[in-house]
Design a protein around this ligand. Structure first.
Ligand code: PBG
Length: 324
């Protein structure tokens, strides 16, 4: 009695396995998220993200050069300002930490990597919300849109190739597109955080940006229970002119990623967020998981689920492993 089909034949040798492997990851498909802290004279470690730092201007330039040398496709910048206010004014200020850092990074890398900016207010507001608040303390969608337009133009003027609106306000992509075009930035692209869930996995990021948030983001970020809503959000962003769409977090949302990839006619990104990084690093530190194998398996899975581009704090390390 012989089995009629033997899938194991295709697993017999490394050469055979290599020949039939379906999913690849290349450094060019990875984006490194980075934090830059106003006034820092040297990098400040982030305790919940071992190996990740809040950069000084100098260390950020070095990190950007290192990422380009490793073949990483893009860099996503987040700013950590020294002072915050209710309107998040430091965001659009040309001398604000993120805009200064964008100019520094563009001076360093030119067009050798895609330079992206987080287009959101939460790092800059003293209440920590992603939008402006009304008199009752609720996030005011439409007032926020005007602030995002200003922020996006300032970031494009500072050299961002890509704007990444991450605040989940209705209409944000359309308003930003219009503002960029009117200001002459017709080539600046929009990476829409289309399906961004209200996730426990953002925990370490809050430390990374010294977040001031009390409460939660449940009135604007999506309920982890919902997938139809993600398709609705992505469809709206595509209609409003998104050049790429993103699903975030990545690992627990592979089904969402697959569904969005099926309807998207633009490249799809996934963000492997701070908590995904932290939990694997914690297990690695305990000797419970092998870093290289685990990270490459997660990145492969995210690609297999439908991501063209992956934002990951391991971008440079992974690029090094992939080059070997
Ligand atoms: C908000 C923003 C967040 C992240 C990226 N952009 C935090 C949040 O929505 O609470 C999280 C990224 C991560 O956890 O790695 N501007």
């Amino acid at each position: 009695m012989y089995p009629t089909s033997r899938p194991r034949r295709l697993r017999t040798t490394p050469a055979m396995r290599r020949l039939v492997s379906e999913t690849t990851i290349e450094p060019r498909q990875l984006v490194l998220p980075v934090f830059v802290k106003e006034g820092a004279t040297e990098p400040v470690p982030i305790s919940s993200m071992p190996g990740v730092v809040q950069h000084s201007r100098d260390s950020l330039r070095k990190a950007a050069a290192e990422a380009v040398a490793a073949g990483v496709g893009g860099i996503m910048l987040f700013g950590v300002p020294a002072t915050r206010d209710a309107r998040g004014s430091a965001g659009a200020d040309p001398d604000g930490v993120l805009n200064v850092a964008l100019r520094d990074v563009r001076a360093e890398v030119g067009n050798d990597a895609v330079v992206m900016a987080d287009t959101c207010l939460d790092e800059f507001t003293d209440h920590g919300h992603c939008g402006l608040l009304d008199e009752q303390g609720r996030v005011d969608n439409d007032a926020t849109l005007a602030a995002y337009a200003e922020l996006a133009v300032a970031q494009a003027e500072s050299g961002a190739h890509v704007l990444g609106p991450s605040g989940m306000m209705d209409g944000q992509v359309g308003v930003i597109r219009e503002a960029l075009d009117v200001a002459g930035h017709t080539d600046a692209a929009i990476l829409a955080y289309s399906a961004k869930y209200t996730s426990a996995f953002y925990g370490p990021f809050r430390e990374a940006v010294d977040s001031q948030l009390q409460g939660d983001r449940k009135t604007y970020q999506q309920d982890p229970a919902n997938v139809r809503e993600a398709l609705r959000e992505a469809t709206l962003d595509l209609a409003e002119g998104a050049d790429m769409v993103m699903v975030k977090p990545a690992m627990c949302y592979a089904d969402v990623l697959r569904s969005v990839a099926e309807i998207s006619d633009v490249p799809v990104a996934a963000y492997q967020v701070s908590g995904e990084y932290a939990m694997i690093e914690a297990a690695v530190a305990n000797g419970w998981l092998d870093r290289r194998r685990t990270v490459l398996e997660t990145l492969t899975s995210i690609r297999r689920a439908g991501a063209d581009v992956v934002l990951t704090y391991w971008a440079v390390q992974a690029a090094g492993w992939l080059a070997r």
